[in-house]
Ligand binder design. Sequence first.
Ligand code: WT7
Length: 656
Amino acid sequence: MTATTPHIDNLLHESRRFPPSDAFAESAVATSDLYERAAADREGFWAAQANALHWHTPFTRVLDWSNPPFARWFDDGELNVAYNCLDRHVEAGLGDRIAVHWEGEPGDSRSISYAELTAEVKKAANLLTALGVGQGDRVAIYLPLIPEAIISMLAVARIGAIHSVVFGGFSAESLRARIDDADAKLVITADGGYRKGRAFPLKPTVDAALAPDADGATTNVEHVLVVERTKGEVQWHEGRDLWWHDEIAVASAEHVAKPFPAENPLFILYTSGTTGKPKGILHTSGGYLTQAAFTHKNVFDLHPESDVYWSTADVGWITGHSYVVYGPLANGATEVIYEGTPDTPHPGRWWEIVQKYRVSILYAAPTAIRTFMKLGRQIPQQFDLSSLRLLGSVGEPINPEAWVWYREVIGGGLTPVVDTWWQTETGAIMISALPGVTTLKPGSAQVPVPGIELDVVDERFRSTPADEGGLLVITQPWPSMLRGIWGDPERFKETYWSTFGPTTYFAGDGARRDKDGDIWLLGRVDDVMNVSGHRLSTAEIESSLVSHPMVAEAAVVGASDETTGQAVVAFVITKASHADAAAAEDAAATLRAHVAQQIGAIARPRQVFIVNELPKTRSGKIMRRLLRDVAEGREIGDTTTLADTHVMSIIATTVR
Ligand code: WT7
């Protein structure tokens, strides 16, 4: 697409449409009547989806919204989340089906059937119980992406306890803050894991996190369970530390899953707010599992008997909870998980994995897709990707150019691409096309999934007219909605339910609906710029920049400007093939003109800086705040959450 089609490719002018093929539509899981059924009786619709799960005690109430914003779903029902993900598939005769194909970064692998996974989780559940963990207790999980991560999460769920998974890239300090906030009594970790061709240690970080702090304060962690992965050297705290393999070896594989109330907490997952300490987003059981399973099946068109599904997310993020663990396993899917980085030991590693396991559904982030675009299509083209039949995107707006590249180069020009909008807080997908039903529009997340009610409004809560930007709000409670911020109900109300009153969820994203009613996400509202009174989206200008053949990746910030309020400042990585083609100054001038020509003079960046890297968090999000610091000539702020903390000093030097 890059070299061949000089498309006008930005969010305003995107006009390509991809209707579902007849063949796909014919056997699609989703059907258009889902929308009608949900519109006719929203609660009845969700009750029907919930009843696809196994309930030890059936619910009679669907939704209690008498005390907003505190919702209760299916609250007189009882279920066991792990039973739903494991035992019931085995009892249905599917025990031999592979649940997880695990691929370690060094090339080791392990395929685990539903029967085996169920047995492992039963042993782990017995082990946790023996260690004194019971219903409602918090367990911190700090693991690489190895099968024990999934086993641990399901074992915690099975006994009605609450997990708090902390991404393995977080520091000791971050881990300690999360352990303290949740008051965890057990930590599950590993000696280390593999990334970028090296073993990285985890256990020393846990030791540091649990050490008395500057004031001598300690945690209430009683035990640390350590999985052996890298066989790296570890310090041992007698009485506290236990080897996973020693303990599991003596644990019984008999364990009967007990029912827990639908609103029993399932997990806490920390996510950064705009300021201050991370928020512990709380999710519960019945509603969460209902929406995770429903969306996983319908948005990814899952045919569990034949598909091989791969979400590249780590379990440290919400995608790893809903679309690596709970959604796929509740649906009896066969899935792939991969421990390492996409470029180890070679840049085709992902595509090699797709080929090896004949992956049919791939769910990845736009940042990864753009990285592959930058490397060029010759890399994926070395592998057989013909098994792929559906592609998904999540985490940030996917610019049309990347969307089309994904479909053309990875999907062989045939696969639907679903762009899924949701958040840690929403628990499951909220906006997405339904493959086989929706005519796809590159760059738009399109429509709320059946059963979800939302709107795009202005500051005074009036629906915005077509093609005008506004704020995305969710106007009705949904089953997988967050139930609170752990330990801080006031912050919960204040952050999400105060802008437009206690029954309207304010997502923090800007959005625009087009004349067809399709939704275009415009980035976090703090990334929406106002230039001379005109509303401009960072995503829109980035998309325009990326559509230029010279550009591999772009980040745009609104920097304060004396004359115009804000001004557009762009940071651009050029493609390797264009690196020397033009001097940086010429490139900047060309790109300023390009944006002005595509979107309008108002959007012309004040400055375009050609850089080698962009500052990204470990989850791949560009930290625009830091770029804004550079653009505004300020001291660069806190860089501790960056994947690579050196990036900013390099950028600052380039810009000066
Ligand atoms: C924020 C939530 C959802 C799992 C991963 C991120 C942005 C997410 C999209 C999308 C445009 C998106 C939003 C949202 N976002 N998906 N398809 N299109 N923006 O979860 O870390 O909680 O971040 O990610 O800004 O608010 P998260």
